[in-house]
Design a protein. Structure first.
Length: 600
């Protein structure tokens, strides 16, 4: 008898596949989901929409289940790899998006050749093999992309196609250089340690070990699990942070890869809980359009969230989370009783490799960030360099460049030198440091403005301290969390404070020096990744040239008596963490403001 969770995941996958059927081209090699606005060509985008569902369908086939509409993909493999067919996918070139999607096909062949390879004729197999082989010598981006030829090779191995193994060994050797220790990789020679660590570096490594009988990557994944637990709230929500958030529940793909690879670092009942809570958190959220297709966005269709490489089929990367369907129904993962969210997780988890401190209060998670950046991707500053990211409140993107309503500067210190018309924010943190409860970074919004920021966990608050050294006069606006305003809000503003209470939560700031003024900004619609329309509490002020200290305590919590009590009795005013880790010679006081010139 099938486990309820097994049935649940199978049903979810089938529901996601049904709307794709009418979007297949006549030759079945293209899936056309809408207008492509990604940087890669339309053929690659249509290949992407064809191939990415295989991340879910291949495990389903490997687990012995019927594949819904599986014949469409068999026909597409035959025609798309045929140079003489009008729907041929084309030869991959260096750094080609095709290589990404060929990896999904390699994965499908490795897991279930009887579904995708055996039905092909001899000439069709030869053409598909030749096409996949053509990707192996091509250059890829120097990051997680190095795994894509490796995954292609796993499929070739399974169906008995020979290839130059040195092309794979070279990639695996290069991937080794990204290993940082303690469970962490960098995604290439960069500062990025985001969801590409669990859903790419570890996920692909575990696939490789499992399908080759190796053990290079399993111990590393076991180490990583200890840190990664802290990225999930009690209700299953993951901290929205970094690029490619339109891949949504791929955030939990790591938890499905552990049982697939037999990495039993945690009880299967606990791992099952992490995966299922996350998938249920997404259920009922408006992430599909009226046509049932997955949308580009996060908590709702939000094209502004897209990266340059997101085509209409990109969101189907989410299907990586269904990897456990490859396991037999008798596997201990399926037969284990799902555990609830653990009660013994640390209230504060410092993760230096990520450049972050994660704080857990009321079952929610807040990530305090200070290391990572990615200026190339659209809205890179908002995705990496805000001060805080919340499972409850998400984060916001700008919807224009003029004023606070368009900028939606939640969890940022925004600075203007033109009277408040245009603002700059932290984009590329430097000189970063993580202690037990504090993240430090230095940043330069202009060459003659240097800001050092300390972000300190002081549950249920976090405290922000900024040392501002400026050669120009500045308007400042510091935002708390943005909260859904559609169901009504209660607002409180005044000298040194701003608060908004709504059914979705309470968010507010207190200026620990009382020199800034509180306001509430109604941000333009479509800025926040979780809520379509939000209200944002901010502290505003002015700084003349000189050195200044700005300090505030920020609260974000579920609405209720505990949050109200915390707001009325702000213990961070005297909390020792609010003054820790600061230079002793210029130590800010909770009662004095050591600045030159007049404060705000």
């Amino acid at each position: 008898m099938a486990d309820d969770a097994h049935t649940e995941l199978t049903s979810q996958l089938s529901d996601l596949m049904d709307p794709l059927v009418s979007r297949f081209s006549e030759g079945r090699a293209r899936v056309r989901l809408g207008v492509n606005t990604a940087i890669h060509d339309d053929t690659a985008a249509e290949l992407e929409a064809f191939a990415r569902p295989l991340w879910g369908l291949a495990p389903l086939a490997a687990g012995g289940q019927a594949v819904p509409h599986g014949e469409l993909w068999v026909q597409g493999l035959a025609h798309g790899s045929d140079p003489a067919h009008p729907e041929y996918w084309g030869e991959p070139v260096d750094h080609d998006q095709r290589i990404v999607e060929m990896a999904a096909i390699g994965f499908a062949l490795a897991l279930a050749p009887e579904q995708w390879w055996d039905p092909l004729t001899g000439p069709e197999r030869d053409r598909l093999a030749r096409w996949l082989l053509s990707a192996l010598p091509r250059e890829t981006t120097d990051n997680n992309w190095l795994f894509f030829p490796v995954l292609i090779s796993l499929g070739l191995d399974r169906v008995g196609v020979p290839y130059d193994r040195s092309l794979i060994t070279t990639r695996l050797d290069r991937l080794e250089t990204f290993w940082l220790g303690d469970g962490w990789y960098a995604d290439g020679p960069t500062e990025r340690r985001d969801y590409y660590v669990p859903w790419a570096m570890h996920f692909y490594g575990l696939l490789h070990d499992t399908l080759t009988g190796g053990d290079r990557f399993k111990d590393r994944a076991a180490q990583f699990a200890g840190d990664f637990r802290h990225w999930f709230a009690d209700d299953g929500a993951a901290v929205p942070y970094g690029r490619s958030l339109t891949y949504r529940w791929a955030q939990a793909a790591f938890w499905g890869a552990l049982p697939f690879a037999g990495v039993d670092v945690l009880p299967w009942s606990a791992v099952k809980g992490y995966l299922l809570r996350h998938l249920r958190w997404w259920q009922g959220r408006p992430v599909t359009g009226p046509d049932g297709l997955l949308s580009v966005g996060y908590g709702y269709p939000q094209p502004a969230l897209a990266e340059q490489y997101n085509a209409p089929g990109s969101p189907y990367w989410s299907l990586k989370a269904y990897l456990p369907l490859a396991l037999p129904e008798q596997h201990a993962f399926w037969t284990a009783k799902e555990e609830p969210a653990p009660a013994d997780l640390l209230a504060v988890s410092a993760q230096p490799h990520a450049g972050a401190v994660l704080m857990r209060t009321h079952g929610d998670v807040t990530l305090l960030a200070g290391r990572q950046h990615h200026p190339w991707v659209r809205h890179g500053a908002e995705k990496y360099a805000k001060f805080a990211y919340s499972t409850r409140f998400g984060f916001s993107l700008p919807n224009g460049t003029l004023g606070l309503e368009q900028g939606a500067y939640d969890s940022m210190l925004a600075l203007s030198d033109d009277g408040g018309a245009h603002y700059r924010v932290r984009e590329e943190p430097a000189a970063h440091y993580v202690s037990d409860d504090t993240v430090l970074s230095t940043w330069h919004p202009w060459p003659d403005v240097e800001i050092t920021t300390w972000l300190t966990a002081a549950a249920p608050w976090h405290v922000r301290t900024h040392r501002v050294r400026t050669a120009r006069a500045l308007h400042t606006a510091e935002g708390g969390f943005a909260v859904d305003r559609d169901a009504g809000t209660d607002r409180e503003t005044g000298p040194g404070q701003a608060r908004v209470t709504a059914p979705a939560g309470l968010t507010g700031l207190r200026d620990l020096d009382g020199r800034r003024e509180g306001e509430v900004v109604d941000c333009l619609p479509g800025t926040n990744v979780l809520a379509r329309r939000t209200a944002l509490p901010v502290l505003v002020g002015r700084l003349p040239p000189g050195e200044h200290w700005l300090r505030c305590a920020v609260l974000g919590a579920p609405t209720g008596s505990e949050a109200e009590t915390a707001w009325r009795e702000p213990r961070p005013l005297t909390h020792p963490a609010t003054t820790a880790h600061l230079p002793t010679t210029t130590h800010p006081s909770t009662t004095a403001h050591p600045t030159t010139g007049d404060g705000p």
